[in-house]
Design a protein around this ligand. Sequence first.
Ligand SMILES: [Zn+2]
Ligand SMILES: [Zn+2]
Length: 275
Amino acid sequence: MIIDHDIHLHTHLSRCGKDDATVQNYVNQASRFGLKLLGFTDHLWDDSYTGSESIYEGANTAVPFYRGQNVPHVLSLRQEIAAVEHPGIRILLGAEVEYDPWRHDLAITEANAEQFDYLIFPNSHTHMVMPKSYYEDKRKHIDFMMMAFMDIMKSPLRKYLVTMAHPFCAVACPYGYEEMLGIITDDEYRRCYDACADNGIAVEINLSKFRKYSVGQILESNNLRQFRIAKECGCQFTFGSDSHTMWHQEDFHNFYVVAGAIDLTAEDLSPFVRS
Ligand SMILES: [Zn+2]
Ligand SMILES: [Zn+2]
């Protein structure tokens, strides 16, 4: 199987993105990794709706990190894309839209969701949207991610969702996310991935969770169990490097190790990313 897409890319428009994360730089190095489809997904919280409990300095954005990372900001990448020649490479403009735990839904309106080529949603940005006290009890932390996952599966906005971004890999978790992946039961994963399969939503294999890993470390990763269960449930997959700098794509070949370890074939890829 050839993996010729990367549909989880951040640019300099994301607060955590580096200056070198430009459309031009990603296009320039696409052939090194055999890429024919690039999908940009900068961080987004749509500040055009109200209703979230925690409002930051007059903006409707509930989480300070997202201030200014709104729909017009993320859509402004269209001009940058239009200015770059990209023969043989398809480019899509998406967004990584935050989960809003106060509304139990995604932080975007339907009208604005329509403006993007696709969306990806994370259930695991717990460092931003979960009460800090939940860190003390890993079960509580897992239950929060389960709630987010199921809220996303019930949301009317799920029709815009192509793939679940880095599922259950809690970002910036003080004790490391892999430990929690070991605690989540097979049944819990099945409940989530049955819902994904029913809704035609793919599961993302995220390179940031395998960056700098040796082959041995990949084969031992707790992450593989959830992917195997997702496959058994009938889910399809997408690959995303979650790059925040052009250098984050460097270990792209590690995707082939993951795909081999869980016996993925071209039929296991989401139709969205098939060329
Ligand atoms: Zn993310
Ligand atoms: Zn991301």
